[in-house]
Design a protein around this ligand. Structure first.
Ligand code: UD1
Ligand code: CA
Length: 533
């Protein structure tokens, strides 16, 4: 098997008789349910990775290699205003997953082709990294044209180019490394990565000749019914020798159903020139299926959440139910932390060791230190929670909340731009906004910092060891100094000195026997509390 002569490429692709005797009769053509050639990689070296298997990093600088990520298309099938490539999967824009995988696979340089919504895609990739360059595709004339738009950036590059569609969020660096190794061992100027799926709809089909060599790729729109029945698909992952890319690709025409310049035509062009094309068949389709619509977006998200859950469990985190746990790609969780069902840990959240995250919590861009318990159903955003704190159930920590160690925030407490010092407690039904609270402070149930006067926000400062009685309103700006006491039910509008008691509420009045006028409760007229005599 291997480098067949150009004459071996015949059109149309040979079709073997149907092997499935139960298949519906179709006079004239017989559509094979499986590809009519043996399903094994060409030039086997190395075999596809099995689950969890790892390969060593690429041999240092054996041959120069860079990555080219195609990210200029809009992605019509998403029916979205924004580029498909900035849609988030497990918390990261789709295209960033691809760029990160390329980087982690050892690419010294990555060129990203942008075009549709270029600014948005560029900032989703992030342009602070010197190893990333951008090329601009003016009109979206197809994947082949996208590659050619990067010709200037690729000029002078001698080695291989790893070309990746930008819509492959589940791609793993290990797979890219194995593919590049395979390509180098194959000696072919071009290798492509394929996979076999039961439903190949929407993807380019890999057409092989009888000896099993790839002869071309046919897009769904251009395929005959026989070709469509092929279940081996092109994944949009190629490794090409720089010398065999732009020049031959310029011979591709727009003479196809979509009127585009297809990168995939390069395979047939090289084959017709008598060159070899190697194919690496990957065993896990979920990793290499391009995302084209929202259903595939959800499937990719699920695959990444599942993978993250596996990684965390491997590293010593307990997930009570990985199937209902959503942990974004960039989140970190320390050892011996327990995560209950229905939890979402999003963005750049960091959870320490021996913490516990209760059922139904949603935590975004926040830090939770070691040994802290977040009880069920808390919503936490952009906040910092220290060691050994206890939060919830049903607490809402809004941005810029800081809880220092051993602080406690209980049920139905809302905080925003608030600091609670070490060991301070706000256990019930409270709003703390624009508040700076010292250590060992006790905030009684129903306390409200009245921080907004209709135009401006003002701060409340509560110093160490203060006791705030239940149902207190603190009308900001106001300061309660160290060790002071506030009587329950007070509306505090003026600063309270250290160690003082402040009470600001209506005096209690007692009228002896007053209620007897109404007689025993059982004889009072029914029909509501409003009746008075
Ligand atoms: C492409 C392949 C198909 C393969 C599939 C795998 C071609 C012609 N077809 O089809 O064989 O099975 O990927 O998922 O290559 N892009 C540009 N500029 C353009 C057009 C596309 O940069 O003018 C980018 C897109 O942003 C995307 C990638 O190229 O990231 C692939 O484009 P897409 O339209 O998704 O190609 P498919 O039709 O899925
Ligand atoms: Ca695609």
């Amino acid at each position: 098997m291997g480098n067949g002569p150009a004459s071996a490429v015949t059109r149309p692709a040979p079709v073997a008789p149907a092997r499935n005797p139960g298949a519906p009769a179709n006079p004239g053509v017989s559509i094979p349910l499986k590809a009519p050639y043996p399903l094994r990689p060409v030039g086997v070296l190395p075999p596809p990775l099995s689950e969890g298997e790892r390969r060593p990093a690429l041999a240092p600088k054996k041959r120069d290699i860079c990555a080219l990520v195609l990210a200029a298309g809009l992605g019509k099938r998403m029916h979205s205003k924004t580029s498909k490539l900035v849609h988030r999967v497990a918390g990261r824009p789709m295209v960033r997953h691809v760029v990160e995988a390329a980087k982690a696979a050892g690419m010294a340089r990555t060129i990203v082709v942008i075009g549709s919504q270029a600014d948005e895609v560029r900032s989703a990739v992030g342009d602070g990294d010197k190893r990333i360059a951008f090329a601009y595709q003016k009109d979206q004339l197809g994947t082949g044209d996208a590659v050619l738009s990067a010709e200037r950036q690729l000029a002078g590059h001698q080695g291989d180019i790893l070309i990746l569609n930008g819509d492959l969020p589940a791609l793993r660096p290990e797979t890219l490394r194995a593919f590049v190794e395979f390509h180098r061992a194959s000696g072919a100027p071009l290798s492509l990565l394929t996979t076999v799926v039961s439903d190949p709809r929407g993807y380019g089909r890999v057409i092989r000749n009888y000896s099993g060599d790839v002869s071309r790729i046919v897009e769904e729109a251009d395929a005959t019914p026989e070709e469509r029945a092929t279940q081996e698909i092109n994944c949009g992952i190629y490794c090409v020798d720089a010398q065999s890319l732009c020049r031959p690709l310029k011979r591709a025409t727009r003479d196809n159903a979509q009127g585009e310049i297809y990168l995939t035509d390069l395979i047939e062009i090289l084959r017709r020139d008598g060159r070899k094309v190697a194919a690496y068949r990957h065993s896990d389709p979920t990793e290499v299926l391009g995302v084209n619509d929202r259903r595939e977006l959800a499937a990719a998200g699920r695959a990444l959440y599942r993978r993250k859950a596996d990684e965390l469990m491997t590293s010593g985190v307990t997930l009570l139910d990985p199937e209902t746990t959503y942990i974004d790609a960039d989140v970190t969780v320390g050892r011996d932390t327990v995560i209950e069902p229905g939890v979402m840990l999003l963005g750049r959240t960091e959870i320490g060791e021996e913490a516990r995250i209760g059922a139904g919590c949603r935590i975004v861009d926040s830090k939770v230190a070691d040994g802290t318990s977040i009880l069920p159903y808390c919503v936490i955003a952009s906040s910092q929670i220290g060691r050994s704190c206890r939060v919830g159930p049903f607490a809402h920590l809004r941005p810029e909340t800081t809880l220092e160690e051993e602080a406690r925030v209980g049920n139905f407490v809302e905080t925003k731009k608030a600091r609670l010092g070490r060991g301070s407690k706000a256990n019930h039904l409270t709003y703390l906004g624009d508040a700076d609270i010292g250590k060992d402070v006790n905030i009684g149930a129903g306390t409200i910092t009245c921080n907004f006067d209709g135009t401006t926000k003002h701060r409340t400062v509560i110093e160490d060891e203060v006791f705030i009685g239940s149902d207190t309103q603190l009308v900001a700006p106001v300061r309660v100094r160290k060790g002071a006491f506030i009587g329950a039910g007070s509306t505090i509008t003026k600063d309270v000195p250290s160690h003082a008691l402040a009470i600001a509420r209506g005096k209690q009045v007692i009228k002896e026997n007053w209620a007897k006028r109404f007689g025993p409760a059982a004889q009072r007229p029914k029909g509501g509390s409003g009746s008075k005599k």
